[in-house]
Design a protein around this ligand. Sequence first.
Ligand code: F6R
Length: 614
Amino acid sequence: MCGIVGYIGHRNAVSVLIQGLEHLEYRGYDSAGIACLNRSSHAIEVVKEKGKLAALKNLLAGRDLSAHAGLGHTRWATHGEPSRLNAHPHLDNSKRLAIIHNGIIENYAALKDELKAKGFRFYSQTDTEVAVNLIACYYSRSTGLVEAVLKAVKRMEGYFAFALISREEPDRLIAFKRSNPLVIGFGQQENFLASDVSALLPYTNRFLYLEDDEYAVLTARTVEVFDLKTRKPVKRRPVEIQWTIAEAQKGGYSHYMLKEIYEQPAVVEEIIKNQVKPGGRIEFERMSAGYRAKLRKIRRVYAVSCGTAYHAAIVGQYMLEKYARIPVEVAVSSEFRYEDPVLNSEDLVVVISQSGETADTLAALRIAKQKKALTLAIVNVVGSTLAREADFVIYTHAGPEIGVASTKAYVAQLATMISVTIFMARLRRKSPEAELRSLVSEFKKLPAACEKTLELAKSIDRCARKHSHRKNFLYIGRGYNYPTALEGALKLKEISYAHAHGYAAGELKHGPIALIDNEQPVICIAPHSKTYAKMVSNIQEIKARDGIVIAIGTAGDDALDDMADDFFAIPKMSEIFSPILAVIPLQLFAYKVSVLNGRDVDQPRNLAKSVTVE
Ligand code: F6R
């Protein structure tokens, strides 16, 4: 979704803004722009363009802009098509103010009519231009910018975060947050703003996340944060984030996605290091005895999330039900939030999210809290909103995930789910300790097994070459690998734009088998499991109808190898680990098909990394 960067300090703001926007490109966008404040000219210069940052940089190449403060934005269209006019920043009619904004102002149409009646003119289709003019409407030298912002915010409905500069108050940036993320970065005689920390990692690792309905005033030397309701200063310590800039760069790989696929063994290793303690105990940092006691009393779990994280939730359901013997319901956040779910204090609502900022998942968490359920967030981004608002957070420690298509964050969610499962099984005394111990020792072998699975890359390339021209793919799996089928299909469709559909293999006969002919590839995920024989029957049914079988199976499964047109072997491990191993070849397949079709692997069309609007 849209990216925000703000700067005030001793450097030339233009390069800070552009570099910051480069680090936010992964979020997905369709236009970009900057606004700069130059103390000597007393003017705000705005440069913006439709398309990628390269187009903006081309425009800037001929300009000699120097500025001590400014705002940068990458826009993902919500109101109005992607175009230069609709791109941010937006100026008010008098060109005194410039704004960048993420989110949606739901009552913008009524506000626009009101402003039009007062003589304001609008040049774009955006709600953002309405916001800046509304602020301008309340702005005078005597009231000052902060007062004008507060008056305007009172009139604005919806979910938004914005940053503002004024020609008349050139030594400050003003920022406001409601729902959409905004973080302040602290420097030496310079301060920064961004929608996520990756934009600011080259400059600082000290951050303060704004909470909802807080506003901030930044100068080069000071940062003040206030609560909207009380207007009192907020005293909160900045957090330190240990991600390095190197972690957020490509490191020799042709795409972030490929780098992130190859990081998976290390990600799993890190999770084991953090969560598996000597003697095989599972522990989660900072879990209090009180929270543990509440967990023990839980009678039902809801796992709520979106997209790839939803697939992790389904895997989690199978794990928890088998080993912790607790009923688990899985829901897509956008449904859960409007379903009026029946919840009480004996329910645990687990929200799973890479970004920790997904609007629907955040709404689901808030509903769960309102209904007094115990909440747990499994989140990658440290300090994100879900992490802050849940009763307890387990970080997945996957490092920054830049590719829009989630890979290592998914594997990290699954690995964390294994820890949570073993932990809950012990807490509830529902599985024999010997069995859990043996799972823990096998868990420690998982990073090496992931490494081994990555060796499939070359043969997967060959398979992708055979099929990259095709427009339709089916994915089937059962049990733990039914969600793997969903995830494999999602990966392929989002980055290659081919149609791909994941099914529970048992559903094949209930409809999709009609699609099978000699042009239809079916990716069959069939490692050894309790439903292996059923998967083999499904594969035979596909072969009997001349379908093309691409099988993922257990190493040494010669029978499956013989049956399939292409066979990819994953290491032999207990079933609970198979969704982590089986998804790796599917990620590699999707990646290669995308590259062969010349798609934008890391920033596929229409997609955003962090979905902060509904
Ligand atoms: C797909 C993908 C998305 C996200 C979804 C939830 O590759 O990345 O489906 O999984 O938008 O995002 P988070 O995990 O940030 O809540």
